[in-house]
Design a protein around this ligand. Structure first.
Ligand code: SOE
Length: 367
């Protein structure tokens, strides 16, 4: 955690669940949460209360006119582009909730705008910050897997399983053309590329909308998706993502199969990493005494004191603020990662619309 973060003043746009998570992480990082924006005076005060902000602002312009260094964008997906552009134009660094934007064009535009303004743009692909994910990445980089033969897993939730379960993400005009894959499949793909250092080169996908109507309104976004892919290194992979899988709450599972070792990471059990061998498999439990340096950097608690989602988020925000203050923290998901994700989602949509045709995923332009 950068102690310099105490110099930073931040603002949060949106006071929902993610705004609260961002606010807590900002405070833990030592920043001052100057204000939160709500769409009315009452909602502004509620957003301030929810995010730990010193006060509420009725408009984004009022927040941007205030003395803030960083703006956290925690509003529905269709607003990300305009809010982020306004903040960048006002000279603010931006932490924008995923997806960065609802189209490849808009995501690349934001990546370019932040780069040209020499401002930090970060996107919370937060699962990169579980220490055992960094341990997995370090062991793969050390060659422990041998030849990676396949990548597979799933990301399953059930918060939209009910016929009338609702959320703004269901509506394509606020959530974007993809819901489940853009919302959570993006996490799985980002994590897979992050820990392997490989990239998805081509993908074949299918989407399914189980609940064709919710609250009497036609649903145009997918409840679940499956995909197969191959990477630039020739590794093959499969993924299932669903928000209608009863009993699964936030269960991202990634398995990396190799000729020497295989690895399994379960986001609902983030302090452990399964390591498979032909002769003797084992489960590693997070212990600062045995972690690789990269994993130790994002470790926050002693062994036996379970770390979780908010701890990972706190480390992500601490790294975002360190970047604002001039550091170059390893593995920070920046706007290039956000644009990369938009490319993968776009390829999934194009594949599903063309009878699951194989669609190449353009190589991202990192800057
Ligand atoms: C809802 O699917 C959600 O909050 C996602 O939007 C987050 O990105 C994910 O981390 C948890 O589930």
């Amino acid at each position: 955690m950068s102690t310099n973060a105490r110099k930073l003043k931040v603002g949060i746009v949106g006071g929902g669940f993610m705004g609260q998570v961002h606010g807590r992480a900002a405070l833990v990082s030592g920043a001052t949460v100057v204000g939160a924006v709500g769409s009315s005076p009452a909602r502004a005060e509620a957003a301030a209360e929810a995010t730990g902000a010193e006060r509420g602002f009725g408009t984004l312009d009022e927040l941007l006119a205030a003395d803030v260094d960083v703006v956290h964008v925690c509003t529905p997906n269709n607003t990300h582009r305009d809010v982020t552009l306004k903040a960048l134009d006002a000279g603010k660094h931006v932490v924008c909730e995923k997806p960065l934007a609802t189209s490849v064009e808009d995501a690349i535009g934001l990546q370019t705008a932040a780069y040209e303004a020499q401002l930090v743009g970060a996107v919370p692909f937060v699962y990169r910050y579980h220490p055992m994910v960094r341990e997995l990445r370090a062991r793969i980089a050390a060659g422990d897997a041998g030849v990676i033969t396949s990548l597979h897993g799933s990301y399953l939730q059930d918060w939209l399983a009910g016929a009338d379960d609702q959320n703004w993400r269901v509506d394509d005009t606020t959530g974007g053309p993809s819901r489940t894959f853009a919302d959570i499949g993006s996490h799985w793909c980002d994590l897979t590329e992050f820990v392997t250092g490989d990239r998805i080169a081509a993908i074949s996908a299918q989407l399914r909308t189980v609940r064709a109507q919710r609250g009497g309104v036609e649903v145009k976004t997918e409840d679940l998706a499956t995909a197969q892919f191959r990477t630039e290194a020739g590794v093959v992979g499969t993924i299932v993502v669903s928000q209608v899988a009863a009993g699964r709450k936030n269960r991202l599972y990634l398995e990396v199969s190799g000729t020497e070792s295989s690895f399994g990471f379960d986001q609902e059990d983030p302090d452990r990493l399964w390591v498979g061998h032909v002769d003797a498999s084992q489960v590693l439990t997070r212990d600062p005494g045995t972690l690789s340096p990269d994993a130790l950097r994002v470790n926050r608690l002693p062994a036996g004191h379970a770390q979780g989602y908010q701890d990972a988020f706190d480390s992500f925000v601490a790294d975002s603020y360190a970047a604002v203050l001039g550091d170059r923290p390893d593995g920070l998901p920046d706007f290039a990662a956000g644009a990369r994700s938009a490319r993968v989602v776009d390829a999934v949509l194009r594949s599903a619309a063309n009878d699951s045709a194989w669609i190449p995923v353009d190589h991202a332009v990192d800057n």
